[in-house]
Design a protein around this ligand. Structure first.
Ligand code: DON
Length: 309
């Protein structure tokens, strides 16, 4: 394994930029539809080291499904493994992230894993708080610690846009409420979930989150524990088995690192004991993963021998 340099990141992002238009920008959340495919960025946050950046690294995007890893970490911290895994499973689904099919087929009807929308809704439903504001604040408090940045917040426009159009997610939530997996108000849950998905970061901040996982839950600079080791390990395992949705198997073969994507076009990747990487490029492939992001991670993983397998 050769260490990452600033030059490598620049070179390979430039190299994969030709794919920037080889996909579709997500438009089922209206506020995401006008993202520019030409805006690409990457950051690598080395443990005890520097953060390298490339492209439009100051551009902020919403983290969307990447938030599922962080809400899972929070639920595990607050309630422990037994409670969390009584309401969400541990197995990959091989269905698209928004699928409802398996909820009816599986017995008991808990969602298969926390990385698909149904599973993430069940996890978010567990976050402590008297109301949706308190629940969002619990999550933001954790994320601000991981980013070492008190300014991290959510994009109100994107949250509102998803809230107005998330009929499928509402269906998943109501189905699970009927089966006793989700409790309380579905609208309140949707309010938390859409704000969670709309949390805004740039690639540098996201790479730092990935670096915490690369460092087994410790701060990448001070090595102070931020997430318990077992929680970090569980999150990373889900990233390997389900982080890239129904592309997770191919990604494990081609890249071989724990990673999580979001429909905004962001991906975070974890390079064990070395650092965290974040890539942004809004054009998506059929599975909902950033085309530029996948290409960049494939190139770097090959070049740097990142695969854990
Ligand atoms: O719930 C949704 O559909 C979005 N807020 C997040 C989905 C997502 O990011 C899937 N990613 N590839």
């Amino acid at each position: 394994m050769s260490l990452m340099t600033a030059k490598d990141l620049d070179y390979w992002l430039e190299h994969v930029r030709i794919y920037a238009n080889n996909g579709e920008v997500a438009d089922y959340i209206p506020a995401l539809a006008n993202q520019q495919p030409e805006i690409n960025a990457a950051a690598f946050y080395a443990l005890r080291g520097e953060c390298y950046t490339a492209g439009q690294f100051e551009y902020t995007f919403t983290i969307q499904s990447i938030s599922k890893v962080l809400s899972l970490a929070l639920a595990l911290i607050q309630h422990g493994e037994n409670a969390v895994f009584s309401r969400v499973g541990k197995e990959p689904s091989s269905d698209p992230f928004y699928s409802i099919r398996k909820l009816e087929l599986e017995d008991p009807g808990i969602p298969l894993n926390p990385m698909i929308n149904a599973g993430a809704l069940s996890v978010t439903n567990m976050i402590r708080g008297r109301d949706s504001d308190e629940m969002v604040n619990e999550l933001l408090t954790l994320i601000r610690r991981l980013c070492d940045d008190e300014t991290i917040s959510y994009d109100e426009k994107v949250a509102k846009s998803e809230m107005e159009t998330a009929f499928l997610n509402r269906s998943l939530a109501y189905f699970m409420k009927q089966n006793g997996i989700i409790t309380g108000s579905v609208e309140e849950l949707m309010d938390v979930y859409t704000r969670q998905c709309a949390i805004k970061m740039n690639v540098k901040q996201l790479a730092r989150v990935a670096a915490v996982f690369a460092n087994d839950g410790r701060d990448p600079v001070t090595y102070k524990p931020l997430i318990p080791l077992t929680v970090a390990r569980i999150c990373k395992t889900f990233m390997v088995t389900c982080g890239m949705y129904d592309y997770s198997g191919t990604f494990a073969i081609n890249v071989g690192i724990p990673a999580k994507s979001g429909v905004s076009g962001a991906i975070m990747g974890v390079i064990k004991e070395e650092g965290g990487i974040a890539v942004f490029g809004p054009a998506l492939d059929q599975q909902g993963n950033s085309v530029v992001g996948i290409r960049l991670l494939e190139k770097l993983a090959e070049e740097k021998r990142w695969s854990i397998f």
